[in-house]
Design a protein around this ligand. Structure first.
Ligand SMILES: NC(=O)C1=CN([C@@H]2O[C@H](COP(=O)(O)OP(=O)(O)OC[C@H]3O[C@@H](n4cnc5c(N)ncnc54)[C@H](OP(=O)(O)O)[C@@H]3O)[C@@H](O)[C@H]2O)C=CC1
Ligand SMILES: O=C(CO)COP(=O)(O)O
Length: 326
């Protein structure tokens, strides 16, 4: 039994499509909303989405660009890129009649405002109950029913647990939490750190450097998390360390793949969303506002903005003063 019979996923990209399949697998009535009417019609007809090729979209999933229809669900999952989440929620806000859970499935921090995804939801749709879903989960793995586990956080434990019941299955295992901020920090920061590790691997710095950079990246993610009130079990959990390990170790990650290309001196993969690129500058602004040192993230932001070459950034990291491990 669940209080959430119907689920709408906003954003028909790779992740939105995977989440729609997950919700259908859990027995929900699912609507997948695409902003482009032609895309929606094509996906509905072919049951295939070029953004997640090779995954058959079950016939019972309604694919539409009709926002009024999409908004009529017990739960809304927002799976747009982070910088477009506010726009998507703005469109929905006037159509949200009851206090419906709106679950951020994007990983990032909003430019300009430094707001996390659930803060954006709370601002754009004051009638909503914001929640966040994040963790080590490639869309392709999730859609292909490979076992995955994520964290799902909401302010009220009962809501987080209810959402887990509505979306969970044997092959998609959400763990509930009330540490919204901890979950959001892990998802945002790990993408930036994965670019750094990808660069190191692309530069052939070796497996030891890969492990060291991932670990020191985790140290700075933890520093920021603690400063912003995250719980340590969240930072070492699925949405923190878990997602960092996944993203910093696999070329299947678009962020890692971007770093890999940069490190090799190649052109970045075209048309692939790498959220770390957008998150890097805002992450270091946020860290600076809290007096938190994030040298690895700063190096990524400097490289991406052209303020530093890759070799200068690597040399800068390697010549930092020795200090106690913390
Ligand atoms: N892919 C993955 O494995 C995972 C991704 N995520 C996160 O999910 C988010 C989305 O990533 P992903 O699906 O992979 O990206 P994709 O590039 O595959 O798709 C993004 C989708 O968002 C749509 N979109 C863009 N702007 C808007 C808008 N304003 N309103 C509605 N839809 C919009 C795009 O529409 P259009 O097709 O019209 O351009 C596109 O379908 C990111 O934050 C990512 O970090 C999280 C976990 C796993
Ligand atoms: O967030 C993800 C896995 O948890 C997907 O990672 P990428 O966006 O780097 O592909």
């Amino acid at each position: 039994m669940t209080a959430f019979d119907s689920v709408t996923v906003i954003g028909a990209g790779a992740w939105g499509t995977a989440l729609a399949t997950v919700a259908a697998r859990a027995g929900r009535n699912v609507t997948l909303w695409a902003r482009n009417a032609e895309h929606a019609t094509r996906i509905a007809a072919t049951r295939d989405n070029p953004r997640l090729p090779g995954v058959r979209i079950a016939p019972e999933i309604v694919v539409t660009s009709d926002l009024a229809l999409a908004a009529r669900a017990d739960v809304l999952l927002i799976a747009t890129p982070a910088q477009h989440l506010r726009g998507a929620v703005n469109l929905l806000a006037s159509r949200i009649a009851k206090p419906v859970p709106v679950v951020a499935c994007a990983k990032g921090i909003e430019h300009g405002t430094h707001k996390f995804m659930t803060e954006v939801i709370a601002e754009a749709a004051p009638g909503a109950q914001p929640a966040i879903l994040s963790g080590p989960s490639f869309a392709d793995d999730v859609a292909r029913r490979l076992p995955t586990a994520v964290t799902l956080a909401a302010k009220e434990e009962a809501l987080a647990s209810g959402l887990v019941q509505a979306l969970g299955s044997a092959t998609f295992r959400p763990y509930h939490s009330t540490d919204i901020r901890g979950v959001e920090i892990g998802g945002a920061a790990k993408n930036v750190l994965a670019i750094a590790v990808g660069i190191a691997v692309g530069r052939k710095l070796g497996a030891s450097a890969q492990a060291a950079l991932t670990t020191r990246g985790f140290a700075e993610l933890t520093r920021l998390g603690r400063a912003l009130g995250a719980r340590s079990e969240t930072l070492t959990g699925l949405s923190g360390l878990g997602d960092l390990i996944l993203t910093c170790s696999s070329p299947q990650s678009r962020n890692f793949a971007l770093g890999l290309a940069l490190g090799r001196g190649e052109n970045p993969p075209a048309g692939k969303l790498a959220e770390g690129e957008s998150t890097a500058p805002v992450l270091i602004e946020l860290a600076a506002s809290q007096n938190i040192e994030m040298p690895v993230s700063e190096a990524v932001a400097s490289i991406l903005s052209g303020r530093s070459t890759i070799d200068a950034a690597i040399s800068g990291l390697l010549t930092r003063p020795f200090k106690a491990e913390e």
